[in-house]
Write a protein that binds this ligand. Structure first.
Ligand code: ATP
Ligand SMILES: O=c1ccn([C@@H]2O[C@H](COP(=O)(O)O)[C@@H](O)[C@H]2O)c(=O)[nH]1
Length: 239
C-alpha cells in the first residue's frame, strides 16, 4: 500500500546498525532495514536516507580521549560514510536502485552531495543514501537529517532508532518513562528530551518539518509506521 507521502527523509541510527553488538554492522540487521526501505520505495514513495555513525565513532568520545574536536568529528563523519556505502549496497541487493552521496568530496567513493543532484536521483527512482552528515564538525546526523529533508523538500523526517518514540525521560535509563504519541517542538525542546539534539528540533520547528520517531525493528516495518500503524511519536506543531 502507498504511504501517502511523496518524499521522505529517513534517519537510520548508526548505533542500531550494530544490532546486538557494540561496534560495527550486523549483516542480518542491515539486510532487515534495507528490506523495509525497499518495500517502501517499491510503492512509489521517494526515499532519501541520512545514516548515523554511533556504531563506529562519535566525535565527542574522541575529543574526551584528547583528539582535537575537529579531527574527531571528521573521523565520525567518515564513519557515517562507511555505513552509507553498506546501506546503499544492501538496498541495491534488494533489487531497488540506490545511490550513495557524500557531504565531503571523495570522488572515487561517492558523488558529492548537492540538493540538485540528489533530487534528480530521487525523481529517477533511486533511494539516495547521504553520508558525511552536514560535512561540518560540531553537528550531528540528526541535524543533517533535518537539514537534508528541508533542502530536498521532503514531507517528513522519520528517525529510525533503538527506541519506539519520544518518552518523558530516557526509557533505557528510566523504566517509568512514559511515551508520547504526539509532542510539540516547543515541549520537546523545553523539556530537554534527548532523543534528538536541540539544533535538529529547532531547525525542524523553524521550517515546519514534522518528525516521526520509531524503532527500526518495529514489527509493522517502515511502511506500517508511514501508514499510522506501529508505535511511534509524532513531533510537530500540527496534528
Ligand atoms: N526522552 C527520550 N525519549 C526517547 N529516547 C531518549 C530520550 N532521552 C534519551 N533517549 C535516548 O536517545 C537515544 C537515541 O538517540 P541517539 O542520538 O543516541 O542515537 P541514534 O540517533 O539512534 O544513533 P546514531 O547517533 O548512531 O545515529 C535512544 O536510544 C534513547 O536511549
Ligand atoms: O554533521 C555532522 C554529522 C556527524 N558528525 C560526526 O560524526 C559522528 C557520528 O554522527 P552521529 O550523529 O553521532 O551518529 C558525530 O559524533 C560527529 O563526530 C559531524 O561532525 N558533523
Amino acid at each position: 500500500m502507498a504511504s501517502g507521502y511523496k518524499r521522505i527523509l529517513l534517519k537510520v541510527s548508526g548505533e542500531a546498525l550494530a544490532g546486538d553488538n557494540s561496534f560495527g554492522i550486523e549483516p542480518p540487521f542491515l539486510q532487515g532495514v534495507a528490506r523495509q526501505i525497499a518495500d517502501v520505495a517499491r510503492t512509489g514513495t521517494q526515499v532519501a536516507i541520512v545514516v548515523g555513525g554511533g556504531n563506529i565513532f562519535r566525535g565527542m568520545a574522541g575529543a574526551a580521549d584528547g583528539t582535537d574536536r575537529v579531527t574527531a568529528d571528521l573521523m565520525g563523519m567518515l564513519g557515517t560514510m562507511i555505513n552509507a556505502l553498506a546501506l546503499s549496497n544492501a538496498i541495491s541487493r534488494q533489487g531497488v536502485k540506490s545511490k550513495p552521496f557524500s557531504a565531503a568530496t571523495m570522488p572515487s567513493v561517492a558523488d558529492t552531495f548537492t540538493a540538485r543532484d540528489a533530487k534528480l536521483a530521487l525523481e529517477e527512482g533511486f533511494v539516495v543514501v547521504l553520508g558525511g552528515g552536514t560535512g561540518n564538525p560540531f553537528f550531528t546526523t540528526d541535524t543533517a537529517a533535518t537539514l537534508r529533508a528541508i533542502e530536498l523538500e521532503c514531507d517528513v523526517v522519520l528517525k529510525g532508532t533503538k527506541v519506539d518514540g519520544v518518552y518523558s525521560d530516557d526509557p533505557k535509563k528510566n523504566p517509568d518513562a512514559v511515551r508520547y504519541a504526539h509532542i510539540s517542538f516547543d515541549d520537546v525542546i523545553s523539556q530537554n528530551l534527548k532523543v534528538m539534539d536541540t539544533a535538529a528540533f529547532a531547525l525542524a520547528r523553524d521550517n515546519r518539518m514534522p518528525i516521526i520517531v520509531y524503532a527500526l525493528d518495529v514489527a509493522e516495518g517502515l511502511s506500517g509506521v508511514l501508514e499510522g500503524r506501529g508505535r511511534s511519536t509524532l513531533v510537530g506543531d500540527h496534528g
